[in-house]
Write a protein that binds this ligand. Structure first.
Ligand code: CU
Length: 132
């Protein structure tokens, strides 16, 4: 296979897409329509291609403030030995139980600042900022 040139509207996604193509081989590359001219159509949005991640450890959210874009995947991993949740104070999202070592993915459809807590340990607090 010859050299493929990948051009995207959003520059930051080039690395993750290239990594995807390298790791997944033909399967991952199938998501991208490649032309010999170098012009590329990308099926997935950049936001979907690269999730935002944060963790729960020591009964706190790390970092305590996370920023994501509307519709972007947010992955929360619980690194504690007890179950936690990520629950918006006003109900915009709720991961429900995240077991020790487990993770949950969610998205937020509307821009805004969302204070959240753990429904099991109400003293655990964090903030999610969602931008357009
Ligand atoms: Cu908790």
């Amino acid at each position: 296979m010859g050299i493929r040139i990948v051009k995207l509207a959003v520059g930051t996604s080039v690395v993750s897409l290239l990594m995807l193509a390298a790791a997944g081989g033909a399967g991952a590359a199938g998501a991208v329509a490649t032309h010999r001219t170098g012009r590329v159509e990308v099926a997935a949005t950049p936001a979907a291609a690269k999730p935002v991640k944060f963790t729960i450890k020591g009964f706190s959210f790390k970092p305590s403030k996370t920023t994501a874009k509307v519709g972007q995947k947010i992955v929360v991993t619980n690194k504690d030995s007890t179950t936690h949740t990520v629950t918006a104070d006003k109900g915009a999202f709720d991961t429900k139980d995240i077991k020790p070592g487990g993770s949950k993915t969610f998205t937020v459809k509307k821009a805004g600042t969302y204070p959240f807590h753990c429904a099991i340990h109400q003293f655990m607090k964090g903030t999610l900022v969602v931008k357009k």
